[in-house]
Write a protein that binds this ligand. Structure first.
Ligand code: HEC
Length: 171
């Protein structure tokens, strides 16, 4: 290869790198997208993660009351959370539920909160956090703050510009 050909090839390579970087900043060029499958054990010590307490009023149709958000892994470059990031939201009320979102990646939940998987977390038999359900939304019969229409994606789509994370405290 002559010098001129080599530099043309290099230029083409770096152009290709830039183009793919713009769409997938977290993924190495040429690397296959890596999905992250969370299991109950991933939530084991969430009470010790970085946390924010919200004592807010109701937001939209979301119920009022104290709640705590726990975050594993901060936002990456460009404001998106990395694959493997986990956010847990505990409603600190008597009948409060605990929900979570995990950056699963690989285009999961493509028509909703892209790359995020939704979870409900309960206390398992040993008292440790356990997954009750997981997926692109709650199974039939489960709801969130009394609002099942559209599932989890409907409200969180409003925060698409913030990687589908609704809490202003995390923006
Ligand atoms: C009615 C609107 C609404 C629906 C439906 C909804 N959320 Fe949220 N969610 C919110 C709001 C608002 C926040 C911000 C924190 C707060 O005010 O409690 C939030 C926060 C969260 C958080 C903490 C991270 C963040 O985005 O701030 C998780 C995790 C979460 N929701 C999970 C779920 C899951 C799982 C479902 C479906 C079962 C769901 N949400 C459905 C409104 C909604």
């Amino acid at each position: 290869m002559t010098g001129r050909h080599a530099s043309a090839a290099l230029a083409a390579l770096s152009l290709a790198a830039c183009a793919s970087e713009a769409h997938a900043p977290e993924v190495e060029v040429g690397a296959p997208p890596a999905p992250y499958l969370a299991f109950s054990d991933d939530f084991r010590d969430y009470a010790r993660w970085d946390s924010r307490r919200i004592d807010g009023a109701a937001e939209g149709s979301h119920p009022a009351g104290p709640r705590t958000i726990y975050v594993k892994a901060p936002r990456g470059k460009g404001g998106a959370y990395p694959v493997g990031a986990i956010i847990v939201k505990e409603m600190n009320t008597a009948d409060g539920k605990t929900f979570a979102m995990v950056k699963r990646g690989a285009g999961f939940n493509a028509t909703g909160a892209r790359d995020w998987e939704w979870f409900e977390i309960v206390k398992g038999e040993t008292g440790a956090p356990a997954i009750k359900w997981r997926g692109v939304g709650p199974p039939a019969g489960e709801s969130y703050g009394g609002d099942a229409a559209g599932g989890c994606n409907a409200c969180h789509a409003g925060a698409a510009a913030h990687d589908y994370v609704m809490s202003r405290e995390l923006w």
